[in-house]
Design a protein around this ligand. Structure first.
Ligand code: GCU
Length: 673
């Protein structure tokens, strides 16, 4: 239940210098994150080092002082060092006098968690440094429904809702806020993007207030997802209109009234998340208004209260596969590029990392490079929707890295995606990160112990996208399982092998995740990609496979990137193998840079991916004596399942393409058995 915040007692082999026994808390209001920081330091030091600490606000020579930088200067005078902090940042200086100072109150809490993480990992060298987040928006999205179910949630029922309303016991909500704060997350959207208007009833607004009250001591703000047609949905306790046209004055008034009611109860509400005109949802296009007009409707209602609108770019229509120019991957740029500059300043366009939908490999969404005058955020998914739904081990940060570190070459200049979303590249005031996390009531939060590394790493990367994803995993393992190097190395090794393995057996060469896309999004179903309007096509026939997304002959998608990148993807010879079928329609006999043919690569990759997956359970078993029985057995069960399921994947995909292409496997493994 504590995730990586176990604060396990250090083993006797570790020795440490004396740590101050006094904690000076510079704000003693119970709802203040600074107060929480004091409590957390006391709890952590007791648990990790077995040392009791006394909390007070008296000055002591040897103490841990926690508070905002301003409160510190007021109480103690200027620091010797000049400290520059951005919003939510902290200054941490350890030693016989340890100071933990936030740019704001939650910054102090972030610093306290960082200090405790060092202690829990047995790091005792003295340090003095400032740390500030790369971007102001570091949110998570929960896709929780008011009936308590979670869309694409694999860790049990909602911790927020049941029976159409907010649950009474919010203990788990408080524990979730603690985890979020410990990795620097500052807001959570608590309900599904496929939102329900009933959330806006006065009773439910009060429930949101209770959630916000519960999370506030951790500096986590609450946001909500909105149903665009709420004004005409007959929400109990609100006026019922006959329209939801964003330019109709009665609709404008409706939203500003509701927004005021929410801020009355939740004065620090973070803002709204809106999925409009996507997958059957209503939106401004229903009234021939632009998406920007739709987004600005909410922006204007929120503006007086300081809230922001996260407006999702995941807008696309069903398409006809017989049209070779049709391409769902073009949708976001088609819809949003013409609107650049029309969004209010408190709107942030939230863009999924790739142009389709959380696939195992996608190129970075070109929309990041097409909005110069619009705030943007990336949307990642911790919940492993297409990626094994937490029954498969897939450590996602290396995948995220391929996007965050991707250079768009806007105006032929270095323009990494993480610099675009932080606001640096185009000099935007807002921007950052959102991730669909979908924790539930399961004790493990996500349904799998090892999947929690994705949650942890998401927070770390949103704080600092340049951080090394291997190091993050090692850190997480130490905090979660212990300091033993064999343990850290083995689990981290498994994690690093996991995404390449999953890509190998579930969808290689950029063909997307060949999972069932019609119903479950789980397990192999390569035929489900084609012959429907969803636009996740592979265009596989007897001789050829892949989407031609070139400008010269295909859908033109490659040309939506800035020229240098477009040129790379336009040509087969410069397109990386791992995105070949994303950009090009080629014969199965097409030779890759590796020298193999496409079809032989399919066979080999599936065998090698499944083979790697067989080793996860055995690697885990070498740790039997080092992990408690419950966690050991629960994870072993999943890894064994994955071992079996990877064989199902391997055989299903290999047989499918063997049947379609009629081309034999050079090693004769496929089709004869
Ligand atoms: C995916 C997912 C849906 C979700 C949608 C979205 O398609 O399967 O459940 O609603 O993305 O992000 O809006």
């Amino acid at each position: 239940i504590n995730g990586w915040l176990r604060y396990a007692a250090l083993p006797s082999s570790v020795s440490w210098p004396s740590i101050p026994k006094h904690i000076v808390v510079l704000n003693t209001t119970k709802t203040s994150p600074v107060y929480t920081a004091g409590q957390e330091l006391q709890r952590g030091i007791q648990s990790i080092l077995g040392q009791g600490c006394h909390i007070s606000n008296d000055k002591h020579e040897e103490s841990i002082v926690v508070g905002t930088l301003d409160a510190y200067v007021a109480a103690y005078g200027k620091l010797n060092e000049s400290v520059e902090l951005k919003g939510d940042g902290y200054w941490l200086s350890t030693g016989s006098k340890t100071v933990i100072l936030g740019q704001n109150e939650r910054g102090a809490l972030y610093g306290a968690f960082e200090y405790l993480s060092m202690l829990a990992q047995g790091h005792f060298s003295t340090v003095s440094y400032a740390s500030s987040p790369d971007a102001p928006i570091r949110w998570v999205n929960q896709w929780d429904n008011l009936d308590g179910s979670i869309e694409r949630g694999f860790g049990g029922a909602s911790i927020f809702f049941a029976n159409g309303t907010v649950v009474n016991d919010l203990t788990r909500v408080s524990e979730y806020a603690r985890l979020l704060a410990s990795v620097g997350i500052n807001a959570v959207v608590v309900n599904n993007v496929n939102a329900n208007a009933t959330l806006l009833s006065p009773h439910n607004i009060d429930g949101l207030g209770r959630i916000a009250d519960t999370m506030r001591p951790y500096g986590v703000q609450v946001g909500i997802a909105l149903y665009f047609a709420s004004p005409s949905s007959g929400v109990q306790g609100q006026a019922n209109l006959t329209t939801f046209d964003p330019l109709d004055p009665s609709v404008v008034t409706w939203w500003s009234n509701v927004t005021e009611q929410i801020y009355e109860r939740v004065p620090d509400m973070a803002g709204y998340l809106v999925k409009a005109n996507s997958e059957g949802q209503p939106g401004p296009l229903t009234y021939n208004r632009t998406l920007a007009e739709g987004a600005n409707l909410f922006a204007k209602a929120l503006q007086p209260h300081g809230g922001i609108v996260m407006f999702r770019a995941f807008v696309y229509n069903q398409l006809n596969e017989s049209d070779w120019k049709a391409d769902r991957a073009n949708a976001a740029v088609d819809f949003f590029k013409p609107l650049d500059g029309q969004f209010d300043d408190n709107v942030v366009v939230q863009i999924k990392y790739g142009p389709i939908d959380f696939q195992v490999r996608e190129p970075a969404s070109p929309l990041f490079a097409n909005l110069y005058h619009t705030n943007t955020a990336i949307e990642l998914q911790v919940s492993q929707e297409y990626l094994g739904q937490q029954t498969h081990l897939v450590y996602l940060p290396p995948l995220w890295d391929t996007i965050l570190g991707f250079d768009m070459r806007v105006d032929n200049q270095t323009s990494l995606v993480h610099d675009i979303i932080s606001g640096r590249t185009f000099d935007r005031p807002l921007g950052g990160y959102a991730a669909v996390v979908n924790v539930g009531t399961n004790q493990t939060w996500l349904g799998s112990h090892l999947s929690m590394a994705n949650f942890y790493a998401y927070g770390r990367l949103a704080w600092n996208p340049a951080e090394d994803t291997t190091k993050i995993h090692e850190e997480w393992t130490r905090l979660t399982f212990g300091l033993d190097p064999q343990l850290v190395n083995t689990i981290t090794n498994m994690a690093l092998e996991s995404w390449p393995a999953y890509e190998n057996y579930s969808g290689n060469l950029g063909v997307q995740t060949l999972t069932d896309i019609l119903y479950t999004h789980f397990g192999p179903n390569p035929q489900s990609q084609d012959n429907n309007g969803w636009g996740q096509w592979t265009r596989a026939d007897h001789n050829t496979i892949g989407m031609d997304r070139t400008v010269s002959n295909g859908t033109g998608y490659a040309g939506t990137y800035p020229p240098e990148v477009a040129a790379i993807y336009e040509n087969i010879s410069t397109t990386p193998d791992n995105l070949l079928l994303w950009f090009h329609h080629v014969p199965y006999t097409q030779q890759l840079k590796s020298g193999k043919t496409v079809i032989q690569h399919f066979y080999d990759a599936h065998y090698s991916g499944a083979e790697t997956a067989q080793t996860f359970a055995t690697q885990w078993q070498t740790l039997a004596s080092k992990i408690d029985t419950q966690r050991f057995n629960e994870q072993l069960c999943r890894l064994k399942y994955q071992a079996g399921h990877s064989l199902v994947w391997r055989d299903a995909i290999c047989n499918f393409y063997h049947n379609v292409s009629g081309i034999a496997d050079e090693l004769n493994r496929v089709g004869n058995h």
